[in-house]
Design a protein around this ligand. Structure first.
Ligand code: NI
Length: 253
């Protein structure tokens, strides 16, 4: 069930259905930022959304929230189309999403993340949220989990085997392949120079653009194809369903 394509009575009924996943919700979360000369700006929120929506197609008892599609992208702001939040804004927004979902009765909130740059701030947000309960010696009515889609069991190994060289860490062929599988009419091409982009540290936006002129880090996205993307999606979907089921079934002390 996708929350944004459901009515409130349907969500109400789902919460009270008494099924294993009734009170669990998956929130795709990512970033809208440049992904090199050929990658879609939405790549980092599209990948978790594509995987979560495919999982919902495979198992209708999975509930998926709207995609949280703007994140930590200040270092990409020298490239057109990038939209970023400050860490403080991001943390405040995640906190309000959690409060909203918890208010309705969701007890397990699973963030499926598509942007490495979000990880530290999401983890810090979880600590801020838990602190509110810890200081007053109460147990929160929910548990939070963060999982990067490429860290789903089996997915990282598959990506490494498909792309043994030139995977890199930004505008990677694996994430671009996933978007190509879902949006084959939006595939773009370019003459990459150099073929494999340089590596280096990430700092502010102008420093980033000077180090990585076309936006890529360490990657050769020319290796991407819709077929390879579909293989990654087909591996990620059962891994996500199992990971969410395990999370939903965890017994709280
Ligand atoms: Ni990305």
């Amino acid at each position: 069930m996708l929350i944004h394509l459901s009515s409130w009575p349907e969500i109400d009924a789902r919460l009270n259905a008494g099924q294993p996943l009734s009170r669990t919700v998956v929130v795709p979360i990512g970033s809208n930022e440049q992904h090199g000369p050929t990658g879609l700006l939405g790549t980092d929120w599209l990948c978790p959304e594509i995987i979560a929506h495919a999982a919902e197609q495979a198992d209708e008892t999975l509930t998926v929230a709207p995609t949280f599609n703007i994140g930590m992208a200040q270092h990409h702001l020298a490239f057109a189309g990038t939209i970023s939040l400050r860490p403080s804004t991001f943390m405040a927004a995640i906190t309000d999403w959690v409060s909203s979902l918890s208010r309705h009765g969701f007890e397990r909130i699973y963030f499926l993340n598509g942007h490495g740059g979000n990880v530290a701030t999401i983890e810090a947000t979880f600590s801020e949220i838990y602190a509110e309960w810890s200081f007053v010696e109460e147990q929160p009515p929910f548990v939070l989990k963060l999982r990067n889609w490429w860290d789903l069991p089996g997915v990282h190994g598959l990506c490494s085997s498909i792309f043994p060289t030139g995977h890199g860490s930004h505008a990677t062929p694996s994430e671009i392949a996933v978007t190509q599988a879902a949006y084959p009419d939006r595939i773009k091409t370019a003459d990459y120079s150099p073929r494999i982009a340089p590596n280096g540290p990430i700092r502010d936006a102008l420093d980033y653009r000077a180090r990585f002129p076309d936006g890529r880090i360490g990657s050769d996205p020319a290796q991407a194809s819709p077929e390879k993307g579909q293989r990654i999606i087909d591996a990620a979907v059962p891994a996500l369903l199992k990971d969410v089921a395990d999370f939903a079934g965890e017994v709280r002390p």
